[in-house]
Design a protein around this ligand. Structure first.
Ligand code: PLP
Length: 401
């Protein structure tokens, strides 16, 4: 199979970066943007910025229509039952903070929140802090050798005290789909609220939140080839009804006096203040762009790249993969080499990869590593991006060993 991305030329940043000698292999951190997203951003500003949901004038009406158009597209993208189940946040981090505050009133001391050992800090710290505020217990579901949440142990640990389960769909370090098909019903059968962190999962394939059967699902636009500063929180209608308001200000209030107020429900009641209007419009353009591509062709291209990545790493002495990644990325350490030194030498050769703890410090401790280098792929990567990476890796290892 050809390892040339047919979509690469849609992303102007790739040639700009190449002209600077940069090879971009850090798409799990953030992605480059296709031309239609850039056009949408420029188009909004160039044709007249205006606030949404407030103004009667033409630019205000136009901005509101485009903004709400993205809500419709996001609902279709995730197969939500209703656009009102789509809330715009700043990203996954803000969405999970919203949930940790908005659901706080449902927890009693001694209740349990279950997460897994592989969670990104964004799906750990908001729950950890809620646990501390309300004297709850944080239960951490362990992993098996492949980097999957261990279902046997999950069955022991998820029980009647579990009030909420929050897990990642696809790990940003281990690159494996997590067994949500088993985990979510397990939590639901105990009456727990279910939250899925789709930050990485949303980027690979289409996901149907109704079929998944979660209460909440969240992703960030910037990883899904859209602009930064915006994310989506899907909430099942009944689950949204249990949320208390958390940020207060313009446009989320129905009526207010000096002393009391009553608030809109979802979605506007959870979008206080002026939102990231241009970014929301840009996200709509990203979803349109992706919706016009053949999902199976993208998956095939990404799978071929990933196989090449794993084969190349496997062919080099001393490379230790974290887990057994099945798509999108590979994190690794090298015996006797500090990952920061390796990352430094790769950076000097124009290879843009991520090194460190990947915002998953407890996972690194569990795996017994200080840090790791992560190579991650986007739909625009070509096979020769990986060849440049491997050439740079070999050179770096010659110097370090
Ligand atoms: C699995 C996972 N969850 C959450 C996040 C946080 O996303 P954001 O920084 O866009 O809020 C990331 C970002 O790397 C991630 O990979």
């Amino acid at each position: 199979m050809s390892l040339i991305s047919p979509w690469r030329s849609d992303f102007p940043a790739l040639s700009a970066l190449a002209a600077e000698g940069q090879t971009y292999l850090d798409s799990a951190a953030t992605s480059q943007k296709p031309q239609p997203v850039l056009d949408a951003l420029l188009g909004y500003y160039a044709s007249g910025a205006a606030n949404v949901h407030r103004a009667q004038h033409l630019p205000g009406e136009r901005a509101t229509r485009a903004f709400e158009g993205t809500r419709m597209r996001a609902a279709q993208w995730l197969n939500a039952a209703n656009p009102a189940e789509i809330l715009f946040t700043r990203g996954v981090t803000e969405a999970i903070n919203l949930l940790a505050y908005g659901l706080e009133h449902l927890f009693q001391p001694g209740d349990e929140i279950a997460i897994s050992a592989l969670e990104h800090h964004a799906n750990l710290l908001p729950w950890q802090q809620l646990v501390l505020r309300r004297q709850l217990k944080l239960v951490v579901l362990p992993l098996d050798d492949r980097g999957l949440i261990d279902l046997e142990q999950a069955r022991q640990l998820i029980g009647p005290r579990t009030r909420l389960l929050a897990v990642s769909q696809l790990s940003n370090v281990l690159g494996r789909w997590q067994p949500l098909t088993e985990l979510l019903p397990l939590a639901r059968s105990q009456g727990a609220i279910t939250v899925v962190d789709g930050a990485q999962g949303a980027v690979h394939g289409r996901h149907d939140v109704q079929a998944m059967g979660c209460d909440f699902y969240t992703f960030s636009s910037h990883k899904l080839y859209g602009p930064d500063g915006v994310g989506v929180l899907y909430g099942r209608n009944e689950a949204l009804g249990r949320l208390k308001h958390w940020q207060f200000g313009g446009e989320m209030v129905h009526t207010t006096g000096y002393q009391t107020a009553d608030f809109h429900g979802a979605p506007l009641g959870f979008e206080a203040g002026t939102p990231a209007i241009a970014s929301v419009i840009g996200l709509g353009a990203a979803l349109d762009y992706l919706g016009n591509l053949e999902a199976a062709t993208i998956a095939g291209h990404e799978a071929a790249l990933h196989a090449k990545l794993l084969a190349g790493l496997g062919a080099r002495d001393g490379v230790r993969l974290l887990g057994a990644p099945e798509l999108a990325l590979a994190s690794f350490s090298i015996d006797g080499v500090h990952s920061a030194d390796l990352a430094h030498l790769l950076t000097e050769q124009g290879i843009a990869v991520r090194a460190g703890h990947h915002c998953a410090m407890p996972l690194m401790q569990t795996l017994g590593v200080q840090g790791a280098v992560r190579v991650s792929l986007g739909l625009y990567n070509n096979g020769d991006d990986l060849e440049r990476f491997f050439a740079a890796l070999d050179k770096a290892l010659e110097l370090l060993r």
